[in-house]
Design a binder for this molecule. Structure first.
Ligand code: MTE
Length: 332
């Protein structure tokens, strides 16, 4: 595959490079002008004119509709992951602060992402497995009991959230398809349709978005497939209808809208690693003492409650606080 050196949009000052205070001041100024929260950013409201207030209200209603997906009840709350050491992030904030490059390189991709066609949906499980199989979304929902897990979520850009995912452990899928002894890695491929997904620089990126794990990482108790969030089916901006959740790794490892899972013998090429191998490693574990080449990873900006965007600076935890589960995978 050709190596394409295109800086990801997270090089943009909005969310990584701008000093936090300048960024916050700009946000606070916008907020005080229109008296609304994060939702105002990127929307056409600067002066207090009625027109823009109306479009703000319309956008908020539209955002709420994208989050109001069908309920996934009944499900169990997994008591081992019922809470973490900080509050759950506000649903409306999480639903409008996303990374989804198929639909654009900014954070406000929630509207564009509504173009994602999710029905019907199927996921092909193939490669070095005893029982290859294609699952429809309904098959997945009927085969695997759903559970809720509250996980810390840490982006490589040094912001973080806490999210209540709904889904099933990846190891449950392994039990069904039985990888052969030759299988050492797993490649995950996201849905891609160039007609629908015209994100900025779209033609320069090595689509489709792919990610990879070592087989033993996929078998770890924490590795999770999400079909829902906040008790409901996954909103499209979060990667409906099926995405990966790996709480000890940086968020880019959690590919959205998965359509293919392939068991392979050698380390697969992955999207960001192909784009910028010196910045985005294959393992991509959260490690405070391993800086990104352009910024420190020692602290993070935790996004928690609404109505507006507010950051709380916190120390980054080794493996995002999940060392007890995963440190055996990475002898130091
Ligand atoms: N999956 C796909 N298909 N496309 C993407 O651009 N971005 C990744 C990850 N999964 C991405 C993706 C990155 S960089 C992050 S931080 C998380 O999704 C963001 O997930 P969220 O928008 O649900 O918070």
């Amino acid at each position: 595959m050709t190596l394409i050196r295109t800086p990801p949009g997270w090089h943009l000052p909005e969310h990584a490079v701008t000093p936090e205070t300048a960024y916050l001041n700009r946000r606070q100024m916008l907020r005080s002008i229109v008296g609304m929260g994060l939702g105002v950013v990127g929307l056409p409201a600067i002066a207090g004119c009625q027109q823009s207030v109306r479009s703000q209200a319309a956008a908020h209603a539209q955002l709420a509709a994208t989050l109001n997906t069908p309920s996934l009840e009944p499900y169990q709350v997994n008591p081992r992951f019922a809470a973490v050491d900080r509050p759950t992030t506000d649903r409306t904030l999480a639903g409008q602060y996303n990374n989804y490059y198929e639909f654009g390189s900014g954070k406000s991709v929630w509207q564009a992402a509504q173009k994602l066609p999710t029905d019907p949906w199927s996921v092909e499980v193939t490669g070095l497995v005893k029982y290859p199989r294609t699952y429809t979304l309904e098959d997945l929902l009927h085969t695997f009991p759903l559970e809720e897990r509250v996980y810390r979520f840490r982006c490589v850009e040094a912001w973080s959230m806490v999210l209540p995912w709904l889904g099933f452990p990846m190891r449950a899928l392994l039990t069904q398809v039985e990888p052969t002894p030759a299988a050492k890695f797993v490649r995950f491929t996201a849905f891609y349709d160039p007609q629908l997904m015209g994100g900025l620089f779209a033609s320069l990126y090595p689509w489709p978005y792919t990610e990879g794990l070592r087989l033993e990482e996929m078998a770890n108790e924490l590795a999770f497939f999400a079909v829902g969030l906040y008790g409901k089916r996954l909103p499209k901006q979060h990667g409906a209808p099926l995405r990966m959740v790996l709480p000890w790794k940086y968020g880019f490892k959690g590919a959205k809208a998965i359509v293919r899972i392939e068991f392979v013998a050698t380390e697969p090429k992955t999207f960001w690693h192909t784009v910028q191998p010196n910045e985005y490693g294959f393992l991509a574990n959260v490690e405070p003492d391993v800086p990104h080449p352009r910024w420190s990873q020692k602290t993070e900006r935790f996004i928690s409650t609404g109505p507006g965007l507010s950051w709380e600076k916190r120390p980054t935890l080794l493996y995002n606080g999940y060392a007890n589960w995963v440190s055996d995978l990475y002898p130091r």
